[in-house]
Design a protein around this ligand. Sequence first.
Ligand SMILES: NC(=O)c1ccc[n+]([C@@H]2O[C@H](COP(=O)([O-])OP(=O)(O)OC[C@H]3O[C@@H](n4cnc5c(N)ncnc54)[C@H](OP(=O)(O)O)[C@@H]3O)[C@@H](O)[C@H]2O)c1
Length: 227
Amino acid sequence: MSDVKRILVTGGNGQLGTELKRYAWPEGWAVTAIDIDELDLRDTAAIAAMVAKGHDGQPWAAVISAGAYTAVDKAESDIVTAWAVNAMAPAAFAESCANAGIPIVQVSTDYVFDGARDGAWEVTDPVAPLGVYGASKLGGELAVRTSGARHAIVRTAWVVSAHGNNFIKTMLRVGATNPTLRVVDDQHGSPTSATDLAAALATITMRLVEDSAAPTGTYHFSNAGAV
Ligand SMILES: NC(=O)c1ccc[n+]([C@@H]2O[C@H](COP(=O)([O-])OP(=O)(O)OC[C@H]3O[C@@H](n4cnc5c(N)ncnc54)[C@H](OP(=O)(O)O)[C@@H]3O)[C@@H](O)[C@H]2O)c1
């Protein structure tokens, strides 16, 4: 029997999941990062079974729910899938984590707000999503918050990394073949390194596992500055 504390991570092939795999977990900690080929997040029964089963005869130490339907524009016409992945899957994880007595860290987004703030969002600001993606992510938050599981909900923004899809990579690709680019100039945000976000999530998760009195609730994490 291993005494390694093993954390289940969803969205394992995404920007954040990749960085959670690459994170320098201290000795005694490990992650199992899964994606759709191992578990379809639309399958709530499979989620419950995976949490209950644990890993190698041991219970999971925690779940980091990073997997998501992140195609913001596509979500507008694919509402059922967006809600299944972004709301019902976190709900299934949270219920299963509550049953197993383990914490869940749910990754969420500034899209739960309406975008009408001049400056950084506060955790206490009222939520008012403008589209399906934000609404479905808020649904996931509410499910986790009311599940009874010890949890941290970590809202972040504009995640960028060397892998996967993001705004910077799109601009580099398009810029390589076009002499001029047309880009919206009314959107402001704080690009956030998936590496830094992974480190923050790892710290929060290990604290929740090790300290049953660790603070729980909703947090904002992004890199500093705005562009
Ligand atoms: N990207 C951002 O700018 C941003 C901003 C704020 C918050 N967030 C949040 O941060 C978290 C991580 O984002 P990210 O940038 O790492 O996203 P990402 O690169 O799009 O990764 C999401 C992962 O979830 C997987 N997934 C989607 N549908 C699935 C399904 N039905 N079953 C299993 N896996 C599924 C995706 O697989 P496929 O690629 O095969 O679909 C992908 O590997 C998400 O919770 C997101 O909502 C992201």
